[in-house]
Ligand binder design. Structure first.
Ligand code: AGP
Length: 616
Protein backbone atom coordinates (compact mmCIF):
# COMPACT_ATOMS: atom_id res chain seq x y z
CA UNK A 1 0.00 0.00 0.00
CA UNK A 2 1.47 3.32 -1.08
CA UNK A 3 4.73 3.63 -2.94
CA UNK A 4 7.62 5.84 -1.96
CA UNK A 5 10.57 6.89 -4.06
CA UNK A 6 13.46 9.24 -3.40
CA UNK A 7 16.74 10.39 -4.84
CA UNK A 8 19.80 12.33 -3.70
CA UNK A 9 22.56 13.08 -6.17
CA UNK A 10 25.63 15.22 -6.88
CA UNK A 11 25.21 14.93 -10.64
CA UNK A 12 24.40 18.08 -12.60
CA UNK A 13 23.33 16.38 -15.79
CA UNK A 14 20.47 14.45 -14.20
CA UNK A 15 16.94 15.59 -14.98
CA UNK A 16 15.72 15.12 -11.43
CA UNK A 17 12.03 15.78 -12.09
CA UNK A 18 11.91 13.23 -14.89
CA UNK A 19 13.75 10.57 -12.85
CA UNK A 20 11.46 11.06 -9.87
CA UNK A 21 8.32 10.96 -11.98
CA UNK A 22 9.41 7.78 -13.75
CA UNK A 23 10.46 6.19 -10.45
CA UNK A 24 7.18 6.87 -8.69
CA UNK A 25 5.19 5.78 -11.75
CA UNK A 26 6.85 2.37 -11.53
CA UNK A 27 5.37 2.07 -8.04
CA UNK A 28 1.87 3.16 -8.99
CA UNK A 29 0.63 -0.44 -8.70
CA UNK A 30 0.92 0.07 -4.92
CA UNK A 31 -1.72 2.80 -4.83
CA UNK A 32 -3.09 5.44 -7.16
CA UNK A 33 -5.42 7.70 -5.19
CA UNK A 34 -3.05 10.68 -5.15
CA UNK A 35 0.57 11.59 -5.64
CA UNK A 36 3.08 14.21 -4.53
CA UNK A 37 6.72 15.24 -4.83
CA UNK A 38 8.89 17.38 -2.56
CA UNK A 39 12.20 18.84 -3.69
CA UNK A 40 14.68 21.14 -2.02
CA UNK A 41 16.39 24.26 -3.26
CA UNK A 42 18.08 27.19 -1.51
CA UNK A 43 17.02 25.91 1.94
CA UNK A 44 13.35 25.77 0.93
CA UNK A 45 11.06 22.82 0.30
CA UNK A 46 8.97 22.78 -2.87
CA UNK A 47 5.85 20.60 -2.73
CA UNK A 48 3.56 19.59 -5.58
CA UNK A 49 0.72 17.19 -4.90
CA UNK A 50 -2.85 16.39 -5.83
CA UNK A 51 -5.46 13.66 -5.91
CA UNK A 52 -5.82 11.31 -8.89
CA UNK A 53 -3.53 9.05 -10.90
CA UNK A 54 0.02 10.20 -11.60
CA UNK A 55 -0.50 10.96 -15.31
CA UNK A 56 -3.61 13.01 -14.53
CA UNK A 57 -1.75 15.02 -11.87
CA UNK A 58 1.26 15.48 -14.13
CA UNK A 59 -1.01 16.96 -16.81
CA UNK A 60 -2.77 19.17 -14.31
CA UNK A 61 0.09 20.65 -12.27
CA UNK A 62 3.31 19.47 -13.95
CA UNK A 63 4.46 17.41 -10.97
CA UNK A 64 7.87 16.80 -12.51
CA UNK A 65 8.75 20.48 -12.67
CA UNK A 66 11.15 21.02 -9.77
CA UNK A 67 13.81 23.70 -9.18
CA UNK A 68 16.86 23.34 -11.44
CA UNK A 69 19.41 23.28 -8.66
CA UNK A 70 17.55 20.71 -6.56
CA UNK A 71 19.68 17.64 -5.81
CA UNK A 72 17.14 15.81 -3.68
CA UNK A 73 13.51 14.78 -4.03
CA UNK A 74 10.97 12.48 -2.39
CA UNK A 75 7.80 11.18 -4.02
CA UNK A 76 4.73 9.25 -2.89
CA UNK A 77 1.81 7.50 -4.56
CA UNK A 78 -1.03 6.85 -2.13
CA UNK A 79 -3.57 4.17 -1.29
CA UNK A 80 -5.74 6.03 1.20
CA UNK A 81 -6.25 4.58 4.67
CA UNK A 82 -6.64 7.50 7.09
CA UNK A 83 -8.32 10.43 5.40
CA UNK A 84 -10.04 10.63 2.02
CA UNK A 85 -7.96 10.63 -1.19
CA UNK A 86 -7.76 14.42 -1.44
CA UNK A 87 -4.99 16.86 -2.25
CA UNK A 88 -4.62 17.87 1.41
CA UNK A 89 -4.27 14.26 2.55
CA UNK A 90 -1.77 13.33 -0.13
CA UNK A 91 1.91 13.06 0.74
CA UNK A 92 4.41 14.62 1.37
CA UNK A 93 3.36 15.99 4.77
CA UNK A 94 5.21 18.84 6.42
CA UNK A 95 5.73 20.23 9.92
CA UNK A 96 4.54 23.70 11.03
CA UNK A 97 7.72 25.42 9.88
CA UNK A 98 7.56 23.83 6.40
CA UNK A 99 11.15 22.67 6.92
CA UNK A 100 10.58 18.94 7.45
CA UNK A 101 8.89 16.77 4.80
CA UNK A 102 7.98 13.12 4.97
CA UNK A 103 6.63 10.41 2.68
CA UNK A 104 5.26 7.34 4.48
CA UNK A 105 3.98 3.89 3.69
CA UNK A 106 2.26 2.19 6.63
CA UNK A 107 0.01 3.19 9.51
CA UNK A 108 0.67 5.00 12.77
CA UNK A 109 -1.89 3.27 14.98
CA UNK A 110 -1.76 5.67 17.96
CA UNK A 111 -1.95 8.81 15.82
CA UNK A 112 -5.11 10.12 17.53
CA UNK A 113 -3.42 10.48 20.94
CA UNK A 114 -0.21 11.79 19.39
CA UNK A 115 -2.14 14.34 17.37
CA UNK A 116 -4.03 15.57 20.46
CA UNK A 117 -0.76 16.00 22.41
CA UNK A 118 0.88 17.83 19.51
CA UNK A 119 -2.12 20.15 19.08
CA UNK A 120 -1.93 20.91 22.81
CA UNK A 121 1.70 21.84 22.28
CA UNK A 122 0.65 24.31 19.57
CA UNK A 123 1.18 22.29 16.38
CA UNK A 124 -1.17 23.00 13.52
CA UNK A 125 -2.38 20.07 11.40
CA UNK A 126 -3.51 20.42 7.81
CA UNK A 127 -4.61 16.87 6.94
CA UNK A 128 -6.67 14.01 8.38
CA UNK A 129 -3.82 11.53 7.98
CA UNK A 130 -2.03 9.47 10.58
CA UNK A 131 1.27 10.32 8.82
CA UNK A 132 1.19 14.02 9.62
CA UNK A 133 2.01 13.38 13.28
CA UNK A 134 5.53 12.31 12.27
CA UNK A 135 6.89 15.61 10.87
CA UNK A 136 5.36 17.44 13.84
CA UNK A 137 6.93 14.98 16.30
CA UNK A 138 10.32 15.45 14.60
CA UNK A 139 9.86 19.23 14.70
CA UNK A 140 9.05 19.00 18.41
CA UNK A 141 12.13 16.88 19.14
CA UNK A 142 14.35 19.31 17.21
CA UNK A 143 12.88 22.19 19.20
CA UNK A 144 13.88 20.29 22.33
CA UNK A 145 17.49 20.37 21.09
CA UNK A 146 18.05 17.03 19.36
CA UNK A 147 19.76 16.83 15.98
CA UNK A 148 17.82 15.84 12.84
CA UNK A 149 18.64 12.11 12.94
CA UNK A 150 18.10 11.70 16.70
CA UNK A 151 14.82 13.61 16.44
CA UNK A 152 13.57 11.04 13.94
CA UNK A 153 14.68 8.17 16.17
CA UNK A 154 13.00 9.67 19.24
CA UNK A 155 9.85 10.62 17.33
CA UNK A 156 9.45 7.07 16.08
CA UNK A 157 9.82 5.68 19.58
CA UNK A 158 6.47 7.38 20.27
CA UNK A 159 4.76 5.84 17.23
CA UNK A 160 3.09 2.42 17.23
CA UNK A 161 2.53 0.81 13.90
CA UNK A 162 4.25 0.19 10.62
CA UNK A 163 6.38 2.44 8.49
CA UNK A 164 8.62 2.67 5.54
CA UNK A 165 9.39 6.37 5.50
CA UNK A 166 11.75 8.97 4.13
CA UNK A 167 12.39 12.39 5.63
CA UNK A 168 14.19 15.46 4.34
CA UNK A 169 14.92 18.81 5.99
CA UNK A 170 15.26 22.17 4.24
CA UNK A 171 18.42 22.95 6.25
CA UNK A 172 20.10 19.61 5.40
CA UNK A 173 20.18 19.56 1.59
CA UNK A 174 22.79 16.81 1.49
CA UNK A 175 20.89 14.06 3.26
CA UNK A 176 17.70 11.99 3.35
CA UNK A 177 16.90 9.78 6.30
CA UNK A 178 14.86 6.61 5.81
CA UNK A 179 13.50 4.15 8.35
CA UNK A 180 11.83 0.80 8.00
CA UNK A 181 9.49 -1.09 10.29
CA UNK A 182 7.24 -3.65 8.61
CA UNK A 183 6.78 -1.73 5.35
CA UNK A 184 9.27 -2.60 2.60
CA UNK A 185 12.16 -0.30 1.67
CA UNK A 186 15.12 -0.79 -0.63
CA UNK A 187 18.08 1.47 -1.31
CA UNK A 188 19.68 1.68 -4.75
CA UNK A 189 23.12 3.10 -5.25
CA UNK A 190 25.45 4.41 -7.94
CA UNK A 191 28.56 4.77 -5.79
CA UNK A 192 29.88 8.31 -5.47
CA UNK A 193 27.04 9.74 -7.55
CA UNK A 194 23.44 8.99 -6.67
CA UNK A 195 21.43 7.16 -4.03
CA UNK A 196 17.80 6.06 -4.42
CA UNK A 197 15.18 4.80 -2.01
CA UNK A 198 12.02 2.97 -3.00
CA UNK A 199 9.29 0.63 -1.82
CA UNK A 200 10.31 -1.85 -4.49
CA UNK A 201 13.35 -2.53 -6.69
CA UNK A 202 11.80 -1.90 -10.17
CA UNK A 203 11.45 1.79 -9.24
CA UNK A 204 15.19 2.38 -9.69
CA UNK A 205 16.19 -0.64 -11.76
CA UNK A 206 16.76 1.29 -15.02
CA UNK A 207 19.25 3.47 -13.10
CA UNK A 208 21.14 0.96 -10.98
CA UNK A 209 21.17 -2.76 -10.25
CA UNK A 210 23.06 -2.39 -7.00
CA UNK A 211 20.89 -2.28 -3.92
CA UNK A 212 20.52 -2.88 -0.21
CA UNK A 213 17.35 -4.43 1.22
CA UNK A 214 16.43 -2.79 4.50
CA UNK A 215 15.24 -4.89 7.43
CA UNK A 216 12.83 -3.93 10.20
CA UNK A 217 14.12 -1.41 12.74
CA UNK A 218 16.85 -0.11 10.49
CA UNK A 219 17.60 3.52 9.73
CA UNK A 220 19.65 4.69 6.76
CA UNK A 221 21.32 8.02 6.18
CA UNK A 222 21.43 8.64 2.44
CA UNK A 223 23.93 11.02 0.85
CA UNK A 224 24.73 11.38 -2.85
CA UNK A 225 26.24 8.03 -3.84
CA UNK A 226 26.71 6.80 -0.26
CA UNK A 227 24.64 5.30 2.52
CA UNK A 228 25.13 4.41 6.20
CA UNK A 229 22.87 1.99 8.04
CA UNK A 230 22.02 2.01 11.75
CA UNK A 231 20.18 -0.32 14.09
CA UNK A 232 17.24 1.78 15.24
CA UNK A 233 17.18 0.09 18.65
CA UNK A 234 20.75 0.86 19.76
CA UNK A 235 21.87 3.46 17.19
CA UNK A 236 24.89 1.31 16.26
CA UNK A 237 26.18 1.40 12.69
CA UNK A 238 25.61 -1.85 10.79
CA UNK A 239 27.18 -3.38 7.71
CA UNK A 240 24.80 -4.57 5.06
CA UNK A 241 25.45 -6.72 2.05
CA UNK A 242 25.23 -5.01 -1.33
CA UNK A 243 23.07 -7.04 -3.69
CA UNK A 244 23.22 -7.04 -7.45
CA UNK A 245 19.86 -7.58 -9.14
CA UNK A 246 19.99 -10.16 -11.88
CA UNK A 247 16.80 -9.38 -13.75
CA UNK A 248 16.47 -6.37 -16.01
CA UNK A 249 13.86 -3.66 -16.11
CA UNK A 250 12.30 -5.26 -19.22
CA UNK A 251 10.76 -7.80 -16.89
CA UNK A 252 8.98 -5.00 -15.06
CA UNK A 253 7.94 -2.95 -18.09
CA UNK A 254 5.13 -3.39 -20.56
CA UNK A 255 7.31 -4.41 -23.51
CA UNK A 256 4.85 -3.53 -26.24
CA UNK A 257 1.72 -4.82 -24.48
CA UNK A 258 -1.08 -2.40 -23.79
CA UNK A 259 -1.27 -3.44 -20.14
CA UNK A 260 0.85 -5.25 -17.59
CA UNK A 261 -2.03 -7.65 -16.98
CA UNK A 262 -2.00 -8.86 -20.59
CA UNK A 263 1.79 -9.02 -20.68
CA UNK A 264 1.88 -11.02 -17.48
CA UNK A 265 -0.75 -13.50 -18.74
CA UNK A 266 1.39 -14.01 -21.86
CA UNK A 267 4.45 -14.53 -19.65
CA UNK A 268 2.79 -17.50 -17.94
CA UNK A 269 4.40 -20.22 -20.09
CA UNK A 270 7.94 -18.90 -19.49
CA UNK A 271 7.28 -18.16 -15.82
CA UNK A 272 6.13 -21.76 -15.44
CA UNK A 273 9.12 -23.13 -17.34
CA UNK A 274 11.34 -21.35 -14.82
CA UNK A 275 9.27 -22.63 -11.91
CA UNK A 276 9.59 -26.19 -13.23
CA UNK A 277 13.34 -25.79 -12.71
CA UNK A 278 13.10 -25.16 -8.95
CA UNK A 279 15.71 -27.34 -7.30
CA UNK A 280 14.55 -30.89 -6.53
CA UNK A 281 16.46 -30.73 -3.23
CA UNK A 282 14.39 -27.79 -2.08
CA UNK A 283 11.15 -29.44 -3.15
CA UNK A 284 12.20 -32.55 -1.25
CA UNK A 285 12.84 -30.51 1.90
CA UNK A 286 9.24 -29.28 1.73
CA UNK A 287 7.99 -32.77 0.86
CA UNK A 288 9.79 -34.38 3.82
CA UNK A 289 8.56 -31.81 6.30
CA UNK A 290 4.97 -32.22 5.12
CA UNK A 291 5.23 -35.98 5.12
CA UNK A 292 6.29 -36.11 8.74
CA UNK A 293 3.83 -33.43 9.95
CA UNK A 294 0.68 -34.23 11.88
CA UNK A 295 -1.17 -30.94 11.52
CA UNK A 296 -0.80 -28.91 8.36
CA UNK A 297 -2.30 -25.53 7.62
CA UNK A 298 -2.06 -23.32 4.59
CA UNK A 299 -2.73 -19.62 4.80
CA UNK A 300 -2.82 -16.67 2.40
CA UNK A 301 -4.99 -13.82 1.07
CA UNK A 302 -6.89 -13.16 -2.14
CA UNK A 303 -5.52 -14.89 -5.21
CA UNK A 304 -2.81 -16.55 -3.15
CA UNK A 305 -5.57 -18.03 -0.99
CA UNK A 306 -7.29 -19.48 -4.04
CA UNK A 307 -3.94 -20.87 -5.17
CA UNK A 308 -3.77 -22.42 -1.69
CA UNK A 309 -7.17 -24.04 -2.19
CA UNK A 310 -6.07 -25.59 -5.48
CA UNK A 311 -2.58 -26.47 -4.21
CA UNK A 312 -3.72 -28.07 -0.95
CA UNK A 313 -6.10 -30.26 -2.95
CA UNK A 314 -3.20 -31.55 -5.06
CA UNK A 315 -0.82 -31.96 -2.11
CA UNK A 316 -3.45 -33.76 0.03
CA UNK A 317 -4.19 -36.10 -2.87
CA UNK A 318 -0.61 -37.45 -2.79
CA UNK A 319 0.11 -36.88 0.89
CA UNK A 320 -2.96 -38.70 2.17
CA UNK A 321 -3.49 -36.10 4.90
CA UNK A 322 -5.94 -33.25 5.22
CA UNK A 323 -4.54 -29.73 4.94
CA UNK A 324 -6.64 -27.00 6.45
CA UNK A 325 -6.74 -23.78 4.44
CA UNK A 326 -7.46 -20.69 6.53
CA UNK A 327 -7.59 -17.12 5.25
CA UNK A 328 -4.68 -15.32 6.87
CA UNK A 329 -6.86 -12.64 8.47
CA UNK A 330 -8.83 -15.39 10.29
CA UNK A 331 -5.88 -17.59 11.16
CA UNK A 332 -5.36 -16.35 14.69
CA UNK A 333 -9.08 -16.20 15.56
CA UNK A 334 -9.75 -19.69 14.27
CA UNK A 335 -6.76 -21.35 15.90
CA UNK A 336 -6.58 -19.33 19.11
CA UNK A 337 -7.25 -22.39 21.29
CA UNK A 338 -6.32 -25.21 18.98
CA UNK A 339 -2.94 -24.53 17.35
CA UNK A 340 -0.76 -27.51 18.23
CA UNK A 341 2.97 -27.79 18.75
CA UNK A 342 4.89 -29.09 15.73
CA UNK A 343 2.23 -27.97 13.27
CA UNK A 344 3.46 -27.08 9.82
CA UNK A 345 2.12 -23.89 8.25
CA UNK A 346 2.48 -23.16 4.55
CA UNK A 347 2.29 -19.42 3.85
CA UNK A 348 1.64 -18.34 0.29
CA UNK A 349 2.14 -14.77 -0.87
CA UNK A 350 3.18 -13.16 -4.12
CA UNK A 351 4.63 -10.10 -2.42
CA UNK A 352 5.67 -11.71 0.86
CA UNK A 353 4.49 -8.47 2.45
CA UNK A 354 0.73 -9.00 3.01
CA UNK A 355 0.47 -7.94 6.61
CA UNK A 356 -2.25 -10.42 7.61
CA UNK A 357 -0.19 -13.33 6.26
CA UNK A 358 2.94 -12.07 8.00
CA UNK A 359 1.01 -11.57 11.22
CA UNK A 360 -0.60 -15.03 11.10
CA UNK A 361 2.88 -16.54 10.90
CA UNK A 362 4.36 -14.32 13.58
CA UNK A 363 1.48 -15.13 15.89
CA UNK A 364 1.79 -18.89 15.30
CA UNK A 365 5.53 -18.75 15.97
CA UNK A 366 5.02 -16.80 19.17
CA UNK A 367 2.47 -19.34 20.47
CA UNK A 368 3.85 -22.73 19.55
CA UNK A 369 6.81 -24.55 18.17
CA UNK A 370 5.68 -24.56 14.53
CA UNK A 371 7.44 -24.84 11.21
CA UNK A 372 6.81 -22.21 8.55
CA UNK A 373 7.14 -23.11 4.88
CA UNK A 374 6.83 -20.05 2.68
CA UNK A 375 6.16 -19.86 -1.04
CA UNK A 376 6.62 -16.31 -2.32
CA UNK A 377 7.63 -14.46 -5.46
CA UNK A 378 9.86 -11.91 -3.75
CA UNK A 379 13.33 -12.74 -2.48
CA UNK A 380 14.05 -11.24 0.94
CA UNK A 381 10.43 -10.18 1.55
CA UNK A 382 9.19 -9.85 5.14
CA UNK A 383 7.53 -13.26 5.16
CA UNK A 384 10.79 -14.98 4.31
CA UNK A 385 12.35 -13.65 7.48
CA UNK A 386 9.88 -15.53 9.68
CA UNK A 387 10.11 -18.75 7.71
CA UNK A 388 12.04 -21.94 8.30
CA UNK A 389 12.15 -22.80 4.61
CA UNK A 390 11.39 -20.70 1.55
CA UNK A 391 10.67 -21.45 -2.08
CA UNK A 392 10.74 -18.47 -4.40
CA UNK A 393 8.36 -18.95 -7.32
CA UNK A 394 9.96 -17.90 -10.57
CA UNK A 395 7.22 -15.69 -11.99
CA UNK A 396 9.44 -12.59 -12.22
CA UNK A 397 8.13 -9.17 -11.21
CA UNK A 398 4.34 -8.86 -11.38
CA UNK A 399 3.21 -5.26 -11.71
CA UNK A 400 -0.46 -5.61 -12.70
CA UNK A 401 -2.54 -5.27 -9.55
CA UNK A 402 -4.52 -8.36 -10.49
CA UNK A 403 -2.34 -11.40 -9.83
CA UNK A 404 -2.11 -13.66 -12.90
CA UNK A 405 1.19 -15.40 -13.63
CA UNK A 406 1.95 -15.67 -9.94
CA UNK A 407 -1.24 -17.72 -9.40
CA UNK A 408 -0.10 -20.28 -11.97
CA UNK A 409 3.41 -20.50 -10.52
CA UNK A 410 2.09 -20.85 -6.96
CA UNK A 411 -0.17 -23.77 -7.87
CA UNK A 412 2.60 -25.28 -9.96
CA UNK A 413 5.05 -25.06 -7.04
CA UNK A 414 2.61 -26.84 -4.74
CA UNK A 415 2.03 -29.46 -7.45
CA UNK A 416 5.79 -30.04 -7.75
CA UNK A 417 5.99 -30.54 -3.98
CA UNK A 418 3.04 -32.93 -4.21
CA UNK A 419 4.87 -35.08 -6.76
CA UNK A 420 7.97 -35.23 -4.56
CA UNK A 421 5.68 -36.43 -1.75
CA UNK A 422 4.23 -39.05 -4.09
CA UNK A 423 7.75 -40.35 -4.76
CA UNK A 424 8.56 -40.46 -1.06
CA UNK A 425 5.38 -42.23 -0.05
CA UNK A 426 5.48 -44.69 -2.93
CA UNK A 427 1.69 -44.97 -2.87
CA UNK A 428 1.52 -44.48 -6.62
CA UNK A 429 3.09 -46.72 -9.22
CA UNK A 430 6.35 -45.29 -10.54
CA UNK A 431 4.85 -45.30 -14.01
CA UNK A 432 1.88 -43.24 -12.78
CA UNK A 433 4.14 -40.71 -11.07
CA UNK A 434 6.06 -40.39 -14.31
CA UNK A 435 2.83 -39.67 -16.17
CA UNK A 436 1.81 -37.06 -13.60
CA UNK A 437 5.23 -35.44 -14.02
CA UNK A 438 4.85 -35.44 -17.79
CA UNK A 439 1.41 -33.90 -17.46
CA UNK A 440 2.74 -31.18 -15.17
CA UNK A 441 5.65 -30.44 -17.47
CA UNK A 442 3.25 -30.01 -20.39
CA UNK A 443 1.22 -27.27 -18.64
CA UNK A 444 3.30 -24.37 -20.08
CA UNK A 445 2.76 -25.64 -23.64
CA UNK A 446 -0.97 -26.09 -23.03
CA UNK A 447 -1.27 -22.49 -21.84
CA UNK A 448 0.88 -21.23 -24.70
CA UNK A 449 -1.31 -23.01 -27.24
CA UNK A 450 -4.44 -21.61 -25.64
CA UNK A 451 -3.05 -18.06 -25.64
CA UNK A 452 -2.06 -18.36 -29.29
CA UNK A 453 -5.30 -19.81 -30.59
CA UNK A 454 -8.27 -18.69 -28.52
CA UNK A 455 -8.23 -14.92 -28.17
CA UNK A 456 -11.02 -14.29 -30.69
CA UNK A 457 -13.25 -16.79 -28.97
CA UNK A 458 -12.66 -15.08 -25.59
CA UNK A 459 -13.37 -11.63 -27.07
CA UNK A 460 -16.54 -12.97 -28.65
CA UNK A 461 -17.78 -14.31 -25.31
CA UNK A 462 -16.94 -11.03 -23.61
CA UNK A 463 -18.95 -9.12 -26.24
CA UNK A 464 -21.90 -11.48 -25.88
CA UNK A 465 -21.93 -10.90 -22.13
CA UNK A 466 -21.49 -7.12 -22.38
CA UNK A 467 -24.79 -6.27 -20.68
CA UNK A 468 -24.41 -8.75 -17.81
CA UNK A 469 -23.49 -7.24 -14.46
CA UNK A 470 -23.70 -10.31 -12.25
CA UNK A 471 -22.30 -13.78 -12.76
CA UNK A 472 -21.98 -17.14 -11.08
CA UNK A 473 -18.74 -19.09 -11.44
CA UNK A 474 -19.58 -22.66 -10.46
CA UNK A 475 -17.61 -25.89 -10.19
CA UNK A 476 -17.03 -28.99 -8.11
CA UNK A 477 -13.93 -30.46 -6.48
CA UNK A 478 -10.61 -28.81 -7.19
CA UNK A 479 -12.22 -26.54 -9.79
CA UNK A 480 -14.02 -24.59 -7.05
CA UNK A 481 -10.63 -22.89 -6.59
CA UNK A 482 -10.60 -22.06 -10.32
CA UNK A 483 -14.16 -20.71 -10.09
CA UNK A 484 -13.28 -18.49 -7.17
CA UNK A 485 -10.07 -17.20 -8.76
CA UNK A 486 -11.67 -16.65 -12.18
CA UNK A 487 -14.54 -14.84 -10.48
CA UNK A 488 -12.17 -12.69 -8.44
CA UNK A 489 -10.41 -11.56 -11.63
CA UNK A 490 -13.66 -10.47 -13.29
CA UNK A 491 -14.72 -8.74 -10.07
CA UNK A 492 -11.42 -6.89 -9.72
CA UNK A 493 -10.75 -5.67 -13.21
CA UNK A 494 -14.18 -5.58 -14.87
CA UNK A 495 -16.24 -4.44 -11.86
CA UNK A 496 -18.88 -7.17 -12.29
CA UNK A 497 -20.57 -8.79 -9.30
CA UNK A 498 -19.49 -12.42 -9.01
CA UNK A 499 -20.29 -15.37 -6.83
CA UNK A 500 -17.64 -18.11 -7.13
CA UNK A 501 -19.26 -21.14 -5.54
CA UNK A 502 -19.63 -24.89 -5.34
CA UNK A 503 -21.98 -25.98 -8.13
CA UNK A 504 -23.59 -28.52 -5.82
CA UNK A 505 -24.01 -26.10 -2.96
CA UNK A 506 -25.42 -23.35 -5.18
CA UNK A 507 -28.84 -25.00 -5.13
CA UNK A 508 -29.00 -24.31 -1.38
CA UNK A 509 -29.50 -20.60 -1.93
CA UNK A 510 -27.73 -18.78 -4.77
CA UNK A 511 -29.89 -20.49 -7.42
CA UNK A 512 -32.81 -18.33 -6.31
CA UNK A 513 -31.18 -15.40 -8.17
CA UNK A 514 -31.26 -17.14 -11.56
CA UNK A 515 -33.57 -15.66 -14.18
CA UNK A 516 -33.67 -15.87 -17.98
CA UNK A 517 -30.22 -15.05 -19.35
CA UNK A 518 -28.34 -14.99 -16.00
CA UNK A 519 -24.75 -15.95 -16.95
CA UNK A 520 -23.23 -18.97 -15.20
CA UNK A 521 -19.69 -19.99 -15.97
CA UNK A 522 -19.13 -23.69 -15.26
CA UNK A 523 -15.57 -24.95 -14.87
CA UNK A 524 -15.80 -28.48 -16.20
CA UNK A 525 -12.60 -30.50 -16.63
CA UNK A 526 -13.39 -34.18 -17.19
CA UNK A 527 -12.39 -35.26 -13.68
CA UNK A 528 -14.27 -37.35 -11.14
CA UNK A 529 -16.81 -34.53 -10.60
CA UNK A 530 -17.83 -34.23 -14.26
CA UNK A 531 -20.89 -36.53 -14.24
CA UNK A 532 -22.42 -34.80 -11.25
CA UNK A 533 -21.61 -31.38 -12.69
CA UNK A 534 -23.78 -32.27 -15.69
CA UNK A 535 -26.73 -32.45 -13.28
CA UNK A 536 -25.83 -29.01 -11.88
CA UNK A 537 -25.62 -27.52 -15.36
CA UNK A 538 -29.11 -28.94 -16.08
CA UNK A 539 -30.51 -27.38 -12.89
CA UNK A 540 -29.32 -23.91 -13.91
CA UNK A 541 -30.27 -24.35 -17.55
CA UNK A 542 -33.79 -25.37 -16.54
CA UNK A 543 -34.18 -21.98 -14.84
CA UNK A 544 -33.13 -19.96 -17.86
CA UNK A 545 -29.45 -19.54 -16.98
CA UNK A 546 -27.06 -18.73 -19.83
CA UNK A 547 -24.46 -21.48 -19.62
CA UNK A 548 -20.83 -20.73 -20.45
CA UNK A 549 -18.57 -23.71 -19.96
CA UNK A 550 -14.83 -24.19 -19.70
CA UNK A 551 -14.11 -27.67 -20.96
CA UNK A 552 -11.30 -29.64 -22.57
CA UNK A 553 -10.90 -29.73 -26.35
CA UNK A 554 -12.79 -32.95 -27.04
CA UNK A 555 -15.58 -32.39 -24.51
CA UNK A 556 -19.06 -33.43 -25.68
CA UNK A 557 -21.76 -33.46 -23.01
CA UNK A 558 -21.38 -30.20 -21.10
CA UNK A 559 -20.43 -28.27 -24.23
CA UNK A 560 -23.63 -29.46 -25.91
CA UNK A 561 -25.62 -28.16 -22.96
CA UNK A 562 -23.86 -24.80 -23.08
CA UNK A 563 -24.69 -21.57 -24.88
CA UNK A 564 -21.00 -20.68 -25.12
CA UNK A 565 -17.91 -22.81 -24.67
CA UNK A 566 -14.23 -22.16 -24.04
CA UNK A 567 -12.08 -25.16 -24.92
CA UNK A 568 -8.79 -25.75 -23.14
CA UNK A 569 -6.30 -27.75 -25.18
CA UNK A 570 -5.42 -30.66 -22.97
CA UNK A 571 -6.03 -34.39 -22.99
CA UNK A 572 -8.77 -35.17 -20.51
CA UNK A 573 -7.12 -37.85 -18.44
CA UNK A 574 -6.53 -38.25 -14.73
CA UNK A 575 -2.89 -37.21 -15.06
CA UNK A 576 -3.81 -33.82 -16.46
CA UNK A 577 -7.10 -33.22 -14.67
CA UNK A 578 -5.61 -32.76 -11.22
CA UNK A 579 -3.58 -29.85 -12.61
CA UNK A 580 -6.58 -28.21 -14.30
CA UNK A 581 -6.46 -25.07 -12.05
CA UNK A 582 -3.16 -24.26 -13.77
CA UNK A 583 -4.36 -24.76 -17.34
CA UNK A 584 -7.96 -23.49 -16.98
CA UNK A 585 -7.35 -20.26 -15.04
CA UNK A 586 -5.54 -18.28 -17.80
CA UNK A 587 -8.73 -18.41 -19.91
CA UNK A 588 -10.64 -16.74 -17.08
CA UNK A 589 -7.88 -14.17 -16.60
CA UNK A 590 -8.16 -13.25 -20.28
CA UNK A 591 -11.95 -13.10 -20.05
CA UNK A 592 -11.62 -10.62 -17.19
CA UNK A 593 -8.97 -8.62 -19.06
CA UNK A 594 -11.06 -8.16 -22.21
CA UNK A 595 -14.20 -7.47 -20.15
CA UNK A 596 -12.28 -4.72 -18.38
CA UNK A 597 -11.35 -3.13 -21.73
CA UNK A 598 -14.91 -3.47 -23.02
CA UNK A 599 -16.19 -1.53 -20.02
CA UNK A 600 -13.57 1.20 -20.48
CA UNK A 601 -11.66 0.31 -17.33
CA UNK A 602 -7.92 0.17 -16.64
CA UNK A 603 -7.16 -3.50 -15.83
CA UNK A 604 -3.80 -2.56 -14.31
CA UNK A 605 -5.36 -0.21 -11.78
CA UNK A 606 -8.65 -1.59 -10.48
CA UNK A 607 -10.65 0.80 -8.36
CA UNK A 608 -9.78 0.87 -4.63
CA UNK A 609 -7.11 -1.82 -4.83
CA UNK A 610 -3.41 -1.97 -4.12
CA UNK A 611 -1.03 -4.74 -5.11
CA UNK A 612 0.57 -5.03 -1.70
CA UNK A 613 -1.78 -4.89 1.26
CA UNK A 614 0.17 -3.81 4.31
CA UNK A 615 -2.78 -2.79 6.49
CA UNK A 616 -5.05 -5.09 8.51
C1 AGP B 1 -5.09 -10.48 -6.65
O1 AGP B 1 -5.57 -10.24 -7.92
C2 AGP B 1 -5.33 -9.42 -5.68
N1 AGP B 1 -4.83 -8.18 -6.11
C3 AGP B 1 -5.15 -9.76 -4.22
O2 AGP B 1 -6.22 -10.57 -3.87
C4 AGP B 1 -3.83 -10.46 -3.78
O3 AGP B 1 -3.79 -11.75 -4.29
C5 AGP B 1 -3.77 -10.48 -2.24
O4 AGP B 1 -3.74 -9.18 -1.77
C6 AGP B 1 -2.61 -11.29 -1.70
O5 AGP B 1 -1.38 -10.72 -2.05
P1 AGP B 1 -0.02 -11.52 -1.84
O6 AGP B 1 -0.08 -12.72 -2.70
O7 AGP B 1 1.03 -10.55 -2.24
O8 AGP B 1 0.06 -11.90 -0.39
Amino acid sequence: MCGIFGIITNQNNLSLGKVVLEGIKRLEYRGYDSCGIVSLSNSKLFVKKDSGKIDEIQKKINLAEIPNNSKLALAHTRWATHGAPTKINSHPHLDCSNKIAIVHNGIIENFIELRKDLINQGHIFKSDTDTEVIPHLIEQKMKEGLNFKDSIVEALKLCNGAYGLAVCHADYPDLIIVVRKESPLVIGIEEGKTTYLASDIPAFLPLTRKCYIMEDDELAVLKAGEVDFYDLKNDKKINKELQVIEWTIDAAEKGGYEHFMLKEIYEEPTAMQRTLKISKDLLQVFANILWSAENIYITAAGTSFYASLAGKFIVSRFLGKYIQAIECSEFQTQLSNSLKNNSVIIALSQSGETIDTVEAIRWAKSKKNVKILTITNVVGSTLTRYSDNVIVTQAGPEIGVAATKTYCTQVLTLALIALEIAKLRKVELDSDIEKYEMALKSTPQIIEKFLNENIDEIKNIVNTLEKSVQFFFLARGISIATAKEGGLKLKEVACRFIEGYSAAHAKHGPISLVREGFPIIFIAPPDETYQRLIGNVMEFKARGGKIISLVVEDDKTISELSDLTIRIPQPGDKYHNIFSPITFTPALQLLAYYASLLHGLDPDKPLNLSKTVTVH
